[in-house]
Design a protein around this ligand. Structure first.
Ligand SMILES: NC(=O)c1ccc[n+]([C@@H]2O[C@H](COP(=O)([O-])OP(=O)(O)OC[C@H]3O[C@@H](n4cnc5c(N)ncnc54)[C@H](OP(=O)(O)O)[C@@H]3O)[C@@H](O)[C@H]2O)c1
Length: 283
């Protein structure tokens, strides 16, 4: 990974932090994208100590704000001329229904539009640096969805159920990955997605009910280092050269929810996301 530049989002905690550390140990220059300066700096220092490397950078972005994503992209492009690996890893579970400043339901905005907007705006740099790789961290939560309700992305016509919102967003990560991979054919940019496993992290533990699950997570979950393995594999392994449009778990290709292959639904999600982000797909 020497001379390679990698972005890891949500890099101050859990799987993202373990991913950033491993990439830095492998010699990559890692741009850690975090929403909170203090938490980001703490993680940066910890990683620098362990990896004993100076090839790390911290940049700020709140994926709940499309404006913040646009600003981050501008800053990144001012600072860097290339990008070899983009790992969309940040994510949240939001117990209470809320909307972002752009009036979009928070789980959908952060977990799906955050990946979508960042990726589309970085495609020019990824293309100029090809062969390059996009890795989207999804979840086995995708299997839980039986019916797609893309039109009601804001959950205005149904009761908000926090786990359902999370599960939908994680299915959207896969649908986005598959359609993007198709659109990027011939560019030498690959797009793959993954389930990291049940990992002992802080996700969802910012609320009382999910805190009740902590003992279960402590008992059953794997470490963030183990949880980062498939992300690292997809981002760096020579075996993954040229492999695109796949869903992985434990470094093996798996079948996701069959809804992920619904072409019409993929296009619907894509067009909605373009409209909400006010972006165009140019490659
Ligand atoms: N843990 C599991 O068992 C598991 C299972 C399946 C899939 N996953 C997926 O793995 C990925 C990483 O999750 P994790 O388990 O490592 O969780 P985590 O420890 O909670 O880490 C999540 C990261 O995302 C960041 N983040 C959340 N909202 C953000 C926002 N609006 N803007 C910028 N960054 C934001 C967090 O920043 P703050 O620290 O500032 O909140 C944190 O750095 C997620 O995509 C999740 O869906 C996890």
């Amino acid at each position: 990974m020497k001379n390679k530049i990698a972005i890891v989002t949500g890099a101050n905690a859990g799987i993202g932090k373990a991913t950033a550390l491993k990439l830095a140990e492998m010699g990559a220059h890692v741009v850690m994208v975090c929403r909170n300066k203090k938490r980001g700096e703490k993680a940066l220092l910890e990683i620098q100590e362990i990896a004993n490397k100076k090839n790390l950078d911290l940049m700020l972005c709140d994926f709940a704000s499309l404006k913040s994503i646009n600003n981050f992209v501008k800053e990144f492009k001012n600072k860097y001329q290339r990008l070899d690996v983009l790992i969309n890893n940040h994510g949240l579970v939001s117990l209470i229904k809320s909307k972002t400043e752009e009036k979009i339901e928070t789980t959908f905005a952060v977990n799906h539009l955050g990946y979508f907007s960042l990726t589309l705006q970085l495609l020019d740099v990824l293309k100029a640096s090809a062969p390059s790789r996009i890795v989207n961290v999804s979840s086995s939560a995708n299997y839980r969805i039986r019916k797609l309700e893309i039109d009601d992305y804001n959950c205005d016509k149904r009761n908000y159920q926090f786990m359902k919102a999370y599960q939908e967003s994680k299915l959207y990560n896969i649908m986005f990955s598959f359609l993007l991979a198709e659109k990027l054919q011939g560019t030498n940019i690959t797009v793959n997605c993954l389930h990291p496993g049940f990992v002992k992290t802080q996700i969802g533990l910012n609320n009382f009910f999910l805190k009740l699950l902590t003992p279960l997570a402590k008992y059953k979950g794997v470490t963030p280092d183990e949880g980062a393995r498939t992300s690292i594999y997809l981002a760096t392994s020579p075996e993954m050269e040229g492999v695109t449009s796949k869903y992985y778990h434990k470094m093996k290709e798996r079948d996701p929810n069959k809804l992920a292959f619904d072409k019409e639904a993929q296009k619907k999600l894509w067009n909605l996301s373009l409209k909400l982000t006010n972006l165009q797909f140019n490659i």
